[in-house]
Design a protein around this ligand. Sequence first.
Ligand code: HAM
Length: 434
Amino acid sequence: MANRIQAIRGMNDVLPAEDPLWTTLACTAAQVFGMYGYQRIRLPIMERTGLFERAVGEVTDIVEKEMYTFEDRGGDSLSLRPEGTAGTVRAAIEHGLLHNSTPRLWYSGPMFRYERPQKGRYRQFHQFGIEAFGQTGPDVDIEQIAIAARLFRELGITGLTLQINTLGTPAERAAWREALHAYFSAHFEALDEDSRQRLERNPLRILDSKNPAMAGLLAEAPTLRNHLGEESAAHFSQLRAGLEALEIPYEINTRLVRGLDYYTRTVFEWITADLGAQDAVCSGGRYDGLVAQLGGRDTPATGFALGVERLIALMQAQQVPLLAVGPQVYLIHAGDHAPQQVPALAEALRDGVPGLRLQVNAGGGSFKAQFKRADRSGAALALVFGDDEAAAGVMQIKPMAGQGKQEQVELTRLSQRVAALLDGAPAGACTQHG
Ligand code: HAM
């Protein structure tokens, strides 16, 4: 037998059994983002490599070690997107979306990072992200945090902790960077190998270290607070007051520096204790300099991205209610004449009950075999159509689970009866929990 080709390490198939989780998250996210005036933007999954170098930062793990970069046949260096913010900003500038306008955008899709795969960390993973342009005030930061909080609430996810921090302006951060550089240089002997490498290039990122041996050193490291200007300090205190007014609990984590270089002032992460080391399910913040840095007019901006796989794992662990996505009705048919009528009948039923998810048995089989398939499909109702029913112009309706008796209805009343049995008109997967 020929060798089987397997999926690429760190890149997962999502099988139909998991689809209710993904669909529930996708529908809920789209709905919640819409509730706050965000519009969807769809972006390519590849960009010129230079975009990410300039946006995410050349001295970041993402750009240095994790990008899927290659030359296309024309010799251009392209990269699979490791995140969505850079592409969103590029598109907003390129299409003039920022001219006299302050768009609020959301996107979703796969992102790619060549990381060491482990639980909650993959090489292809998915994000839902939002980005708001043109507002300097903390009200947008506060509202975006409220959006995430609402999304978690609507999904039924509990137990998340919100951590916030401020990274100040680039000038404030530069002063802090110098203080950190001086401090860590003075304690060079206590630095691990990774941190020594970061010292000259990006000492802030030493604060990201999870090495327990360095915990004491990091706890004593200088914080940004002493270098924070009046405006940045006010922005942060207004952020805190806003969250308190909305009764959204938070912790201040002065070591939250994020792995991307574009942030200014507000940064935040929602973390969970339930997923092990990969604990951030939603991260973001303000990036007031990025639009100008990528060639646009100076435009403040702020946003976040949710890690879909991590949220799905939480939804699974917490057994949140899911949208129904499988068939609601399974149509069983057999006989000499009945099957020929079935396609038209099924189309009429789909017309008559908008959004109905109806699966018609294919491939024949005895009534008994078809009932087994109906049962496995998860449908709430089986419809049975044989030669006797065809001759009489009727359909048998059999509830699959629980109580409810089998009944016979005229074909002319079939849609009405099915709708009633399914508790009103069943809508599409994105509007109904079940
Ligand atoms: P990020 O923190 O790099 O931020 O990623 C956002 C989220 O994506 C993380 O909180 C995590 O849930 C998920 N994530 C990241 N890497 C992986 C991975 N290898 N496997 C599974 N999940 C992962 C950004 O990407 C920014 N663009 C967020 C942003 C938007 N900031 C402003 N606007």
